[in-house]
Structures are given as structure tokens and as C-alpha cells.
Design a protein around this ligand. Structure first.
Ligand code: GRF
Length: 210
């Protein structure tokens, strides 16, 4: 059973989808044991508490230096002995040291088909605004491993979404969320089954189901 930590900053609908997927049996070989937020008022923390999961806020603003914050963050992650770190709307850039220590064990979900509409500053509704103003007919969701850059790590899975004429930013976001809530649990289960490998060329290969 993989010990999973979920890092959040906001509402936590993806966290909720993961917890629901544990209950429904979509996720069978992994368990969320820890939820961390940089934001004490993140509703995601309440979701964790309601589910009886250990949770805490470690905020950069309560530390004098970024280094102190990074030290506290790493100490908490180490203490929890996590096998997998799932970024679910976590808006803080992870320290390089943490990426190096957990390479291949930190996943992120991004609400577009990378490499479109991603990188520094492309988060939240901005991603959907960019997609709609570019007039794309298809967008989607990407799950990838985290590396030292924004949205650049090896891509594990992508799922497309056809954009319908006249959708508002809020409508597009709602449809993207539906896709995310299916895809993220599926990918966590794939990883937990040991079927996800990063090749020497930096590309991900997923073993077929037996
Ligand atoms: C999601 O759209 C995810 O793709 C992005 O942040 C959002 C988090 O939403 N990284 P929620 O907090 O899970 O509702």
C-alpha cells in the first residue's frame, strides 16, 4: 500500500475525488495519509479533517526566510514517510532539493494539454482564459511528474476535452474538473500498481494491464 501525501492550496476537489476513489475501489493500492497546505483557510484542509486524515498548514509567510520554509516543508514530508506526493492545486514552487530527493515520486495535475497553456503564471482560471481566447477546439488535462521547472516533467497521462461553442471560462473549468476527477485517481492507481516507468529518454511508458 503506497503512503500518499496530497499538497493543496485551495478548494481540494481533486483531493476529494482521490478520497472518493479510495472508497469506491478505483484506488486500491494507495492511501492518502497526509494533507499539507500552504494556506490555512484552504477548504481542502477541512475535507482532509472530515475524512480523518492528518493535515496541517505550513505557510511560507510564517518563516523568516525561504530556506527556513523549505526546511520545514521537507521535514514534514520526510516525517510522514511518503511513497508518493500528489500535487493537487498546490501553488507553491517546490524546493529543488525536494524534487531531487523524490524524483519520480511527485506528481502534478495541470488543467490543459501540456505543452499548451502552461508554465510560470499559468494556473487556475488563467489557463482556461488562455485556451478560450486562443480559440482551441480541444483542451484537456495532463498528469506529469514534477521536475525543477514549471509543468515540464515527464508526462504520465493526458485526457482530451472537446470545447463546445460558447462555453464561458467557468463552464470550461467545470468540465475540466470532471476530467481531472476521473484521471487523477486512475493515474494514482496505475502508479500504485508499479506500471509507470520513466525511460532514459525522459519519456513515460505505462505497462499494459495483465
Ligand atoms: C486543478 O484544476 C488542477 O489542475 C490545478 O489546480 C486546480 C485545483 O483544483 N493544478 P482543486 O483545489 O482540486 O479543486
Amino acid at each position: 500500500m503506497l503512503r500518499v501525501g496530497v499538497l493543496v492550496s485551495g478548494g481540494g476537489t481533486n483531493l476529494q475525488a482521490i478520497l472518493d476513489a479510495e472508497k469506491s475501489g478505483v484506488i486500491r493500492h494507495a492511501k492518502v495519509v497526509y494533507v499539507l497546505s500552504n494556506n490555512a483557510s484552504a477548504y481542502a484542509l477541512q475535507r482532509a479533517a472530515s475524512a480523518g486524515i492528518a493535515n496541517e498548514c505550513i505557510s511560507p509567510s510564517s518563516f523568516e526566510t525561504r530556506e527556513d520554509f523549505h526546511r520545514a516543508l521537507l521535514a514534514a514530508i520526510e516525517r510522514e514517510q511518503l511513497d508518493l506526493i500528489v500535487l493537487a492545486g498546490y501553488l507553491v514552487k517546490l524546493p529543488d532539493e525536494m524534487i531531487q530527493r523524490y524524483r519520480g515520486r511527485i506528481m502534478n495535475i495541470h488543467p490543459s494539454l501540456i505543452p499548451s497553456f502552461c508554465g510560470k503564471g499559468a494556473y487556475g482560471l488563467k489557463v482556461h482564459e488562455q485556451a478560450l481566447s486562443r480559440g482551441v477546439k480541444v483542451t484537456g488535462v495532463t498528469v506529469h511528474f514534477a521536475d525543477e521547472r514549471y509543468d515540464c516533467g515527464p508526462i504520465i497521462a493526458q485526457r482530451p476535452l472537446v470545447v463546445e461553442e460558447g462555453w464561458s471560462v467557468a463552464e470550461l473549468e467545470a468540465h475540466i474538473h470532471e476530467v481531472e476527477h476521473e484521471l487523477y485517481p486512475d493515474v494514482i492507481q496505475l502508479l500504485a500498481e508499479g506500471r509507470v516507468h520513466v525511460g532514459a529518454d525522459g519519456r513515460v511508458v505505462v505497462d499494459p494491464a495483465h
